[in-house]
Design a protein around this ligand. Sequence first.
Ligand code: PMP
Ligand code: G9A
Length: 401
Amino acid sequence: MQYDDEFSDLAKRLKASEIRELLKLTQMPDIISFAGGLPNPLSFPVEDIKEIMNSLLDNEGAKILQYGSTEGVISFRDALVDMMKNRYNVSAKRDEILITAGSQEALYLLAKIFVNPGDKVVIEAPTYIGVLTAFQSYSPSYVPIEMDDEGMNTQILEDKLKEIKKEGKKPKLIYTIPSFQNPAGVTMNLERRKHLLELSEEYDILVVEDDPYGELRYSGERLPLLKSLDKDHRVIYLGTFSKVLSPGFRLAHMIAHEDIIRKAVLAKQGIDLCTNTVGQYVARDYINKGYLDKHMPKVIELYKGKRDLMLDMMEDYFPDGVKWTKPDGGMFLWVRLPDGMDAEAMFKRAIENKVAYVIGSAFYPNRDHKNTFRLNFTYPTDEQIKEGIKRLGKVIKEEMS
Ligand code: PMP
Ligand code: G9A
């Protein structure tokens, strides 16, 4: 049978995620991959999880193996209420929290409940590939806002919002990753955080604060979440356990006004009924037993060392004219080759030299900025960072000459 004609119009529009495709490279022997955004396996708290799971199976087996409510396990959401208050000074009620299968699902739910085809959605340029994948079924019209070392340039945002208002329109959402942005590695400063919220009030727009990396700070001062500065229920906050526990559990939380949560619950009921219950109980105990607090400093030490090593190696081996960001946290840094160079064309040479990155244009909806690429520093071993950056330095030099 020929299937092509059978697929829906929506299915015909679906495109593969560049990252998911590149992740296959990480499994190829000999390739040193700086491509996928994977946590380091050494960061997984295996012994804590073993202890928690054994105890749960002994004492609460019937509950943890059962279906749960779509909103999420009550005692887990209550643990999150406390965690959000204690760690981030965010006051959220249980009914303002929805547990999702990773924040990737939360992004999909937000597209589904807010975005009609052609609706404007503000994004950072570059932005997370997964948001473009999640939103593609709903065909938004993107409004990309440039960033610099201090995150999204909110003055440019203000100018854009003014322009859009003159056309009698307004964007549905402003999507931002304020801390240790994926892919650029930069962090929005406090002044801009406040300015962004002022603009969201003035122009009456919802803000999606995607925060998978906030806990991974290696230098500099901690900044308040947009959600903690939000007086008007305008911010939809997305947190995830992928980088602080394990991405394998597929566990995240959306915090927003109850009306938004209720609508997202309806959308989620048609997708997966509920998020995996086993993981929710494990994460609950991981928080409540204080293991998260105990564990994070070890992860931070591991990743800080890797960030510093990669930056030092780049300083030594990358040729003049190449620029890169120096992230205070997270998992990525962003490289800019001299104008006119093409990281997509260079990728073939990189693979021949057994080293991989993600081409920068994949992070832009219109696929421009061909002279950029993203490096991940959390997954490779120290040896791989040393050898991989040497190889990449050689690749860039050859491409330049
Ligand atoms: N948002 C951003 C910015 C990300 O980088 C990622 C994953 N790396 C996600 C969302 C999705 O993460 P998860 O579904 O594992 O929570
Ligand atoms: O697709 C994944 O596995 C998550 C990775 C995200 C990224 O590399 O940005």
